[in-house]
Write a protein that binds this ligand. Structure first.
Ligand SMILES: NC(=O)CC[C@H](N)C(=O)O
Length: 309
């Protein structure tokens, strides 16, 4: 097998030099300021060794990658009852699509499109104040990343709260079917804030390690989730993690992964490695353009695709 440090260095060099960088998301105004020339990668292998390159220490807005962790928390709270509130089929639609929600009577297709993640956030919020629910999510990220400095970028959260009209539409629509239990403003407030968590590639790859180790957190030796649940979260990432680009991501990269409009992608090579890449420019489906290409290179060279070498 090729040396991982060499592969990561070569990928970082190639990505830094490429001219095709995709388009930075600007529907959340605060995200539009991010430099499209950034590229970072961090890979935590099963034995804990870290290979990193480029801007792997620069913080970025994790956006929809937070949905993996809120799904994990919500499953921990209400278990399989969650699947009454949200489905687990790929959507084949953009991440903020409204049409599907009407056809399916307010029950979102999966926990990774915006509507689904808002419904999952509502589950975490029930029985708590918004501040407590958000604290729960943030502490979970700090614990998993072994870094108590992980925090929320308030400017990004405020920017999305000012302009998140589509998410409001989705939430009110779900509320009309009883899928949202709490006041819509509260649920959206928590949702916008967990999307605005700022992390770097190293912290994110560290946080995702439990999905590499059948649910076990290697720092403590204890399980964050059961092996069965870890396998299922990975399955949902594979089928739904890149919205209507999920099929192409499976075809090219072959790993469970979750993207965010901040340009991050978190990916899992089960039993082998936890990976985070970041490049702010997006493709047409809203997934990091160079992030995907970098992961394609990595899995090809390391033979890490879950579908074979
Ligand atoms: N794809 C994403 O990362 C979307 C998350 C973003 N906070 C939104 O709701 O639009």
């Amino acid at each position: 097998m090729p040396d991982l440090d060499t592969v990561v260095r070569e990928i970082s060099e190639e990505m830094a030099a490429r001219a095709d960088r995709g388009t930075v998301a600007d529907y959340i105004p605060e995200l539009a300021h991010v430099d499209p020339n950034r590229f970072g990668i961090a890979v935590v292998q099963a034995d804990g060794r870290i290979s990193a390159g480029g801007d792997s220490e620069v913080l970025f807005s994790i956006q929809s990658i937070s949905k993996v962790f809120t799904l994990t928390l919500a499953l921990g709270m209400i278990g399989d009852r969650l699947w009454r509130r949200v489905g687990r089929e790929p959507s084949g639609n953009p991440f903020n699509s409204i049409v599907q929600l009407e056809r399916e009577r307010g029950v979102p297709r999966n926990p990774f499109i915006n509507a689904g993640a808002i419904a999952v956030t509502d589950v975490i919020l029930s029985g708590h104040e918004p501040r407590e629910a958000l604290g729960e999510i943030l502490r979970f990220m700090q614990f998993l990343s072994k870094d108590p400095t992980v925090t929320i970028d308030e400017k990004v959260a405020a920017s999305e709260r000012r302009t998140g009209f589509r998410n409001s539409a989705l939430a009110y629509y779900m509320k009309s079917f009883g899928v949202i239990e709490n006041p819509v403003d509260y649920t959206l407030g928590v949702y916008f804030h967990h999307c605005a968590i700022a992390m770097n590639c190293r912290q994110l790859a560290t946080a995702g390690q439990f999905l590499v180790h059948n649910g076990m957190n290697p720092a403590t030796g204890f399980n964050v989730v059961s092996p069965e649940r870890a396998r299922r979260i990975n399955a949902i990432m594979l089928t739904c993690g890149h919205y209507d680009g999920s099929g192409d991501f499976a075809y090219r990269v072959g790993l469970p992964g979750k993207s965010g409009v901040g340009g991050g992608i978190f990916a899992v090579a089960p039993g082998k490695a936890s990976i985070a890449v970041w490049s702010p420019g997006l493709d047409a489906a809203g997934n990091s353009h160079l992030g995907r290409i970098a992961l394609e290179r990595l899995t090809q060279r390391m033979g890490w695709s879950v579908f074979g070498v």
